[in-house]
Ligand binder design. Structure first.
Ligand SMILES: [Zn+2]
Length: 271
């Protein structure tokens, strides 16, 4: 199964700073149940153990930065110990799954009903070609106002406390949309250059957003990081289930760290 995952999400498609592939686990061990998660955190490890999974396929790397200890009194060391003791393997497909076709942003675009998909930033190097790249650009079947599109995004993506916020004129007409699962600051210029009506991603910040809008860029939508990447798990699960005689479970545990959303009554639902 590791070979098949590596073939679908080759390690050399990942960014040089990224750390992907098998994190821990025995290559020879048979897999009968897989849990697909965005984040390998204590809560999703609990879930893996509860359902008797032999393998966790995660989007985010558990060990991105070098560590000098995996002692069980460290956050990540504790996770490593629990997984090894329970004989649960861990596999990560991160930026190599972002650029894949189909990849993380295809699943996000599909949730929103976008069609005619093409990469926002075509892949270069090892991953170049065949529609691969970061983010996707597509078209809505019917134009919507920005407020209407934000409502659609909130409706179609997995629910989170953070919800969805949009930047720009609420009445702006939206037809062509760029999406990128996860943090999207670094592709603001690409979205502007592509001439789309709106760009949806996660983790946007005040100054880049203000400057982008002041420069006449597309309207922006900021959703919870987890919610933008969760749709991809269905794609991985469907593929694994078709390729192998295994049970595949998709985790719907919301691992977004933002757990409370509040707005003054005066500002809520103003558009
Ligand atoms: Zn992410």
């Amino acid at each position: 199964m590791v070979d098949a995952l590596d073939a679908r999400y080759p390690r050399n498609w990942a960014e040089s700073w990224d750390r992907v592939g098998l994190v821990l686990g025995e290559f020879e061990r048979a897999v009968t149940r897989v849990l697909c998660v965005v984040d390998c955190v204590p809560e999703t490890v609990d879930q893996a153990l509860a359902i008797g999974a032999d393998l966790i396929v995660a989007h985010h790397p558990l060990l991105l930065k070098p560590v000098s200890s995996i002692a069980p009194d460290t956050f990540k060391g504790r996770i490593v110990h629990r997984l090894i003791r329970a004989e649960v393997a861990l596999y990560t497909a991160h930026t190599n799954a972002d650029v894949a076709n189909p990849g993380v942003s295809d699943a996000l675009a599909a949730r929103l009903g976008l069609t005619g998909l093409r990469p926002l930033v075509p892949a270069e190097g090892a991953a170049a070609g065949e529609g691969r790249g970061v983010g996707r650009i597509g078209t809505l079947a019917q134009p919507l106002t920005l407020a209407g599109f934000a409502a659609l995004v909130a409706e179609r993506l997995p629910a989170t406390a953070a919800g969805v916020r949009a930047a720009g004129d609420p009445g702006r007409q939206i037809r062509t949309v760029a999406v990128s699962g996860g943090a999207g600051d670094s592709f603001l210029a690409d979205a502007a250059h592509a001439g789309v009506d709106a760009y949806l991603c996660a983790d946007l910040r005040h100054h880049p957003v203000s400057e982008h809008l002041a420069n006449g860029g597309p309207a922006l939508l900021d959703a919870a990081h987890w919610a933008t990447e969760r749709p991809w798990l269905d794609d991985v699960a469907a593929w694994l289930g078709a390729e192998f005689p295994v049970d595949v479970v998709v985790s719907d545990l919301d691992t977004d760290p933002w757990t409370v959303h509040a707005a003054s009554a005066q500002k809520e639902n103003h558009s």
